[in-house]
Ligand binder design. Structure first.
Ligand SMILES: Cc1ncc(COP(=O)(O)O)c(C=O)c1O
Length: 368
């Protein structure tokens, strides 16, 4: 294991524990600033970490704009004093009322959301106007992932114009998330963005010709971050790369990010000479990616043979040198949902445990 992951004393770390390496977070943040050319174009997504302290590191680096997926994440960010918050989600049902309450609770922050359909546009307008609140709204543009959003075209133009004319709403720009662009080769991601983005630019120009302001276009996640960074006048919204993980790390090493979060696990049983069981079940590491959910750098070639809620059975010829109680660090394949499984993260700086940070926005509701 690389010496940057050394922890002098692990006795205060209850396993399975999420451990953050502060210098590596700082290094990833500085790499984000390098790729973006400074803090101004960045609107990083906070769903990866859901922690106030990391928002504060971003604010200290000069970042003023943030992206979130939930109202709780937006409240966490606004409570840190961030000026500009986008909830990249269409608010429906009672969440429309919550959004308006959040905006009222944090008058120092501009808090907006996405829309891709006229019906929630009308009801959000009514809810906001009844409270004398103006909600900045990004039109969610579908560029090929087909998860949410509306493709560019006449219906999208009509919706953007509707957003601009409805009381209580303000057309704030376009949201372009391309989660389907995670091709292994950077050149392939560049080609895919080139293919898709021309139509978005033309769409924005057409809106402007029709008299609509398009103040911003917010683009992408980590895999296409360096691609959009080369396109002028767009905001960049990567999330994962602040903590990074083995999923992206093994596929996009050229990006220069390093995993800054690990799971400290202990051997709980050695059931055979080539097998040992770790306290790293799927209640401690996200189960969403296909294939291995973690890699254990100190056990290269280990096979993960069974995972239950609190158990991870590993097959490795190295098993014989381990005793129950021995410790290992495991790198998650997908850090974002892994963070959400932990109430707190242990923070290591200079090789020492220096504190614990609450994963505050793992809860669906903080106060609003
Ligand atoms: C809408 C949106 N924007 C940005 C991101 C950040 O992407 P990544 O995790 O690849 O950094 C995500 C990730 O899920 C997302 O859903």
């Amino acid at each position: 294991m690389d010496s940057v992951y050394r922890i002098a004393d692990t006795q205060a770390i209850y396993s399975p524990g999420l451990v953050l390496f502060k210098e590596l977070i700082a290094a990833n943040l500085s790499r984000m600033l390098d790729i973006a050319g400074g803090p101004d174009r960045l609107r990083p997504h906070v769903k990866t970490h859901k922690m106030r302290e990391i928002v504060q590191m971003k604010l200290a680096a000069g970042i003023t704009k943030f992206k979130c997926a939930t109202i709780a994440e937006a409240e966490m960010v606004a409570s840190c004093g961030a000026r500009d918050v986008l909830i990249a989600y269409q608010m429906v049902g009672p969440n429309q009322r919550r959004l308006v309450q959040l905006i009222q609770r944090f008058p120092g922050s501009t808090i907006g959301a996405l829309l891709d359909h006229p019906a929630p546009a009308r009801s959000l307008s009514e809810t906001a106007a009844a409270q004398n609140v103006r909600v900045p709204v990004w039109l969610d543009v579908d560029v090929g992932q087909h998860r949410t959003g509306i493709p560019v075209g006449d219906a999208a133009i009509a919706l953007y114009q509707q957003i601009g004319s409805l009381p209580g709403l303000e057309a704030a720009g376009l949201h372009v998330y391309d989660g389907h662009n995670h091709q292994d080769r950077l050149a392939d991601r560049e080609a895919a963005v080139r293919d898709q983005f021309g139509a978005v630019r033309e769409f924005a120009d057409e809106l402007k010709r029709r008299g609509c302001a398009v103040p911003r276009i917010t683009c992408g996640g980590t895999p296409t971050f360096p691609v959009y960074a080369k396109i002028p006048n767009v905001e960049l919204s990567p999330g994962t790369c602040i903590l990074h993980d083995n999923g992206y790390g093994s596929r996009f090493p050229e990006m220069g990010f390093r995993p800054a979060a690990m799971l400290l696990t202990r051997v709980i049983s050695r059931s055979a000479s080539d097998r040992m069981c770790l306290d790293l079940g799927y209640k401690a590491v996200a189960s969403d990616p296909k294939g291995d959910r973690v890699v254990i750098p100190d056990l290269p070639g280990a096979k993960l043979v069974l995972q239950n809620e609190e158990h991870l059975l590993v097959e490795t010829p190295e098993a014989a040198r381990f005793q129950p109680g021995d410790e290992l660090l495991a790198c998650p394949t997908h850090i974002c949902p892994t963070c959400a499984l932990h109430r707190e993260a242990y923070v290591v700086e200079g090789g020492n445990l220096v504190g614990r940070w609450a994963v505050v926005a793992r809860d669906r509701c903080i106060s609003v």
